[in-house]
Ligand binder design. Structure first.
Ligand SMILES: Nc1ncnc2c1ncn2[C@@H]1O[C@H](COP(=O)(O)OP(=O)(O)O)[C@@H](O)[C@H]1O
Ligand SMILES: *[C@@H]1O[C@H](CO)[C@@H](O)[C@H](O)[C@H]1NC(C)=O
Ligand SMILES: *[C@@H]1O[C@H](CO)[C@@H](O)[C@H](O)[C@H]1NC(C)=O
Ligand SMILES: *[C@@H]1O[C@H](CO)[C@@H](O)[C@H](O)[C@H]1NC(C)=O
Ligand SMILES: *[C@@H]1O[C@H](CO)[C@@H](O)[C@H](O)[C@H]1NC(C)=O
Ligand SMILES: *[C@@H]1O[C@H](CO)[C@@H](O)[C@H](O)[C@H]1NC(C)=O
Ligand SMILES: *[C@@H]1O[C@H](CO)[C@@H](O)[C@H](O)[C@H]1NC(C)=O
Length: 544
């Protein structure tokens, strides 16, 4: 037993240790997200608040690097062979255009972290025009390249390659993977799909074999690597080597992200916690599925159409029920009907509810929804707003008149160019229908007729003398005599001369009354009085 025999295991042990560890004594590491990770970053590289390692940030013609801070001793002994190692990382590339991106990401093993002289764009931050391919670079890299550079003999714009000392790959393959198990055929992948993917870089010391494999994030590692190259890295990698990433953009703005990263010497790369990786931001450049492509515009169109329809309906509803309301009307509140109520009461002023058409407008039968009260609503077109206040005051005042031989005016409603007068409904209609009866024997016997006549006389007397103001009817005639459910005569349409004075009907503007019923002085002077009403009543009697 010599001292050598005694020391050899210790030396070997220490040599092994030194070769396998980084300066801090690590022979493996794993990052699942980069929150608080101790990395050396330069150029555009940053760790985002979400914990993504952003190698390029969307600015053009820039490069970024990220390195594990301490160098690793990958060689067995000083001058010995480079040992097996495995790296794995999760990456994503986001682009502004759906099918264009530049340039890519490389996983690097290099003698230095200082890439200040390297170029961006196709050099991917690894080399420059002068030193590309120079054996004194001592760089090993696995490239994920989204551009086809003829000068480097790139096979296409979507490939993975093995690089020694420069960007001209010694071995490369279109991005994709070979399936595991049943279907072992090649499945291609688009590096710029915006999908998160995973890559593995493995070096086997025994076989001097470099394997690079990629797969969709949720797939386990394919057994067959995508790229497999035989190259003794012992002639490339230096005693101390830094490992990390280099990435660069060219003229097209793209973002290169690393979401997780692990590395191991003489062992498989440690597991990355896929479930807890930070999320890749969405730039809206991810190609949408066919279903989405069809459904999204349809959904948007449907939404806009619905919105438009709702708006139209709302506007129509507002217009349909729109009323004119002024401050001074507040005091007449109780006499005011809402147009909406009248609209519903008459089924939208349906012709089926039309009771008759008079000189000033159409009269509809309606049933008020809340009170179930039967009413007759008269629509009078009325453009003038002048004198409206006085008129409404009169309507309201007349509304206070209650007599068993007068049709009660219940209230009013105003709209643009239109006035609605609401009367108590007279179920037996107007007297003229009974008088101009043709054919079979009349339904009104003499007892009825005299009862009606006395009633009208009594109603007219009330208007002229019994009520607090003198109200002149102005238009006593058979069609203004209505019959209630007990066949009592009731005088309707009274006292609204002012409305008619301001009415728009040119024939009647200054001439209220019906020819044949008008007293001679009324025709002459146009001035109505109780006496002219009495004249009309007198004319009306013999026609009975
Ligand atoms: N309160 C009411 N109840 C029932 N029917 C009515 C009522 N008011 C009016 N009518 C019907 O509507 C028709 C037209 O009424 P109106 O406009 O007052 O006629 P005019 O202008 O010829 O006096 C009348 O002939 C009558 O049949
Ligand atoms: C990207 O990073 C560079 C260098 O740090 C900076 O000058 C540039 O403004 C950044 N661009 C964006 C879009 O953040
Ligand atoms: C690789 O090179 C190293 C040193 O040059 C040598 O020791 C080793 O045997 C080589 N490996 C293979 C697999 O040829
Ligand atoms: C990108 O897509 C557009 C339209 O889809 C096509 O015209 C263009 O040639 C494509 N460019 C590349 C580099 O594939
Ligand atoms: C990187 O290298 C360049 C030139 O080789 C040198 O000027 C620079 O100081 C170096 N930077 C660092 C941080 O060592
Ligand atoms: C490679 O780089 C070294 C050191 O920078 C230099 O001396 C040598 O001339 C370069 N070789 C070639 C072929 O450019
Ligand atoms: C394997 O997958 C490819 C691509 O999806 C498909 O074209 C092929 O038919 C599959 N083969 C088998 C045997 O399933």
């Amino acid at each position: 037993m010599t001292i050598f025999h005694f020391l050899l295991p210790i030396l070997l042990f220490h040599g092994f240790q030194c070769a396998a560890l980084d300066a801090a004594g690590n022979d493996q590491f794993a990052f699942s997200g980069f929150h608080g990770a101790d990395l050396n970053l330069d150029g555009t590289a940053t760790v985002t608040p979400e914990g993504l390692l952003e190698l390029t940030n969307g600015s053009v013609q820039l490069k970024g690097h990220a390195f594990f801070p301490d160098p690793f001793r990958l060689r067995r002994l000083p001058g010995g062979a480079v040992q097996s190692f495995s790296a794995s990382f999760v990456f994503g590339i986001l682009t502004t255009y759906p099918n264009l991106s530049c340039h890519g990401i490389t996983f690097v093993v290099a003698p230095s972290k200082n890439f200040s002289t390297a170029l961006a764009a196709q050099y991917m931050g690894l080399a420059n025009f002068d030193n590309n391919g120079n054996t004194s670079n001592h760089i090993f890299a696995a490239e994920i390249d989204t551009m086809q550079n003829i000068e480097f003999e790139d096979i296409d714009n979507n490939h993975v390659g093995v690089d020694i000392n420069g960007l001209r790959s010694m071995q490369s393959h279109t991005a994709g993977y070979y399936g595991n198990g049943e279907n072992e055929s090649f499945q291609s992948m688009s590096l710029i799909s915006g999908d998160v993917m995973r890559a593995w870089v493995d070096y086997d010391e025994e076989l001097a074999q470099i394997d690079v494999t990629i797969a969709p994030i949720h797939m386990s590692k394919p057994t067959r690597p995508l790229v497999s190259a035989t190259y003794n890295l012992s002639v490339v990698i230096t005693e101390q080597a830094y490992i990390g990433f280099s990435s660069a953009t060219g003229p097209i703005n793209s973002r290169h992200y690393i979401l997780g990263w692990s590395f191991g010497i003489n062992r498989p790369a440690p597991a990355i916690d896929i479930a807890n990786l930070p999320k890749l931001p969405r730039l809206g450049s991810k190609p949408r599925s066919k279903v989405q492509e069809i459904l999204t515009p349809v959904a948007i169109a449907t939404f806009l159409l619905t919105l438009g329809l709702v708006a139209v309906l709302l506007v129509r509803k507002r217009l349909r029920y729109a009323e004119l309301r002024e401050d001074w009307e507040a005091e007449f509140g109780p006499h005011r009907f809402s147009y909406k109520d009248l609209f519903h009461a008459t089924n939208g002023f349906n012709d089926k509810h039309l009771l008759g058409v008079g000189g000033f407008g159409r009269v509809y039968k309606g049933v008020l929804r809340t009170s179930k009260l039967e009413v007759a609503a008269k629509r009078v077109s009325h453009e003038s707003r002048q004198g409206m206040k006085e008129f409404v005051a009169e309507v309201v005042s007349i509304g206070h008149i209650r007599h068993r031989n007068l049709v009660q005016l219940l209230g009013y409603c105003r709209r643009k160019g239109e006035l609605l007068l609401v009367y108590a409904y007279m179920p037996n209609g107007s007297l003229d229908k009974y008088l101009h009866y043709e054919g079979e024997k009349p339904v009104l016997n003499w007892a009825h007729r005299s009862q009606i006549m006395k009633g009208i006389a009594s109603g007219l007397l009330y208007l002229h003398e019994k009520w607090e103001k003198v109200v002149i009817h102005r238009d006593v005639k058979a069609s203004n005599v209505l019959l209630d459910e007990e066949m009592n005569g009731r005088l309707g349409d009274f006292g609204l001369s002012r409305l008619y004075d301001h009415g728009t009907d040119p024939q009647t503007t200054h001439m209220v009354g019906t020819m044949g019923y008008m007293a001679p002085e009324l025709v002459r002077t146009g001035k109505a009085s109780p006496l002219t009403d009495v004249f009309a009543f007198g004319t009306f009697l013999p026609r009975f």
